[in-house]
Ligand binder design. Structure first.
Ligand code: AMP
Ligand code: MG
Length: 347
């Protein structure tokens, strides 16, 4: 299949990108799959009401079929067509965080394909905060199911090139709107319980949600990898570069010592660090990932840096760790998955 590419030079100027968007929307209406930018990562979209269209996503990504997809909408009115029994606190959250990186899990009305919800009684919905994504969804007048536009297991794409590298020839098109902003996926919040539960930490933090609606819980599976997650997708290894990643909890000296030991054994070792610490280390490849003093910059670059290691010949990657608060929770969740939960702690 030939993958069409539409380049949007100025994402703020709808009149300029409208012709490209309308071609992409036409393909979505014809039940083809198209990748597009959102404020978190690139999404791979399909008509969420059509099972054959949604099946194409699972095929292209190699995604396990028990892992449900998030439905993307552009207007509140679309929400009430697909979800029911929406609690008052969910409306408060929408008012504060939509459009934005917060996904709400609500009771489904059954209009969305069962392939999207993996047969669950619930549907996950969000309104993305990206002018291109919103214009595209509006133009095709459909709820759009869209997981991240990468091959299953690989780091999520934050540029159109990442999408191209993984999916060229497997999808109908890519709308290239430049680099995404947040860099990690949306927060997934289960709103079907009396006290809502964070199933996946992401772009909106627990602290920010609690400021609006008070206490929320965190799914036990996020802290204990032996527990069964309520969000089926969280059980899969994810976000991983080709070489193993190990997270180091300890000082820079401790990390450097581990690297030195491995290099003595002839291993080629990479280090994932930050701008503040990059000059401290010696290794085969040292890649800074944003600035420690602003963890949002770490989130924004994380997947890009994980992918960058694949272009080097390192055989092992040691990563610094980050504080598990604010956006740091999402960063550490993704890093731990990329590392298959391998952590070495300094004694
Ligand atoms: P992705 O589309 O790759 O960003 O992943 C979507 C995430 O949302 C996965 O972790 C899914 O398991 C989760 N998800 C989607 N729909 C539901 C649902 N109805 N209930 C719980 N989790 C969901
Ligand atoms: Mg994904």
């Amino acid at each position: 299949m030939e993958t069409k590419i539409w380049v949007v030079d100025n994402i703020e100027d709808k009149s300029q990108f409208y012709p490209q968007i309308s071609q992409a929307a036409e393909l979505l209406r014809a039940n083809e799959i198209v990748a597009f930018p959102t404020e978190t990562v690139y999404g791979l979209g399909a008509n969420a009401t059509d099972t054959a269209a949604v099946e194409k996503i699972f095929m292209a990504k190699g995604r396990p079929s028990d892992n449900p997809l998030i439905v993307h909408i552009a207007q509140l009115q679309q929400l009430e067509e697909i979800a029911t029994d929406i609690p008052a606190f969910a409306y408060k959250l929408m008012e504060r965080f939509w459009p934005g990186p917060l996904t709400l899990v609500l009771k489904t009305k059954g209009k969305i394909s069962e392939k999207v919800t993996a047969g669950l009684p619930t549907v996950a919905v969000r309104m993305p905060n990206h002018p291109v994504a919103l214009a595209l969804i509006q133009e095709c007048r459909l709820p759009i199911a869209a997981p991240s536009a990468n091959l299953s297991g690989r780091p999520s794409p934050t540029t159109a090139k990442h999408v191209y590298d993984d999916l060229n020839g497997r999808i109908a098109g890519i709308v290239d709107g430049g680099e995404t902003g947040v860099g990690v996926e949306s927060t997934v919040l289960d709103c079907t319980e009396e006290i809502p539960v964070i199933l996946r930490p992401g772009g909106v933090t627990k602290e920010e949600i609690e400021q609006v609606i008070g206490k929320v819980r965190i799914d036990a599976a996020l802290e204990d990898k032996t527990a069964t997650p309520k969000s089926p997708g969280m059980k899969y290894t994810h976000y991983a570069p080709k070489s193993p990643v190990i997270i180091i909890e300890g000082s820079r000296t401790f990390l450097q010592h581990l690297v030195d030991e491995q290099r003595k054994n002839g291993m080629k070792v990479g280090i994932l660090t930050t701008e503040e610490n990059k000059d401290f280390y010696q290794a085969d490849v040292v890649l800074p990932c944003g600035r420690r003093e602003d963890l949002h910059t770490v989130a924004a670059h994380l997947y890009q840096v994980l992918r960058h290691f694949d272009e080097t010949d390192v055989e092992l990657i040691y990563s610094e760790s980050f504080p598990v608060e604010g956006i740091g929770s999402a960063i550490m969740n993704r890093l731990k998955k990329a590392a298959g939960y391998q952590v070495i702690r300094e004694k």
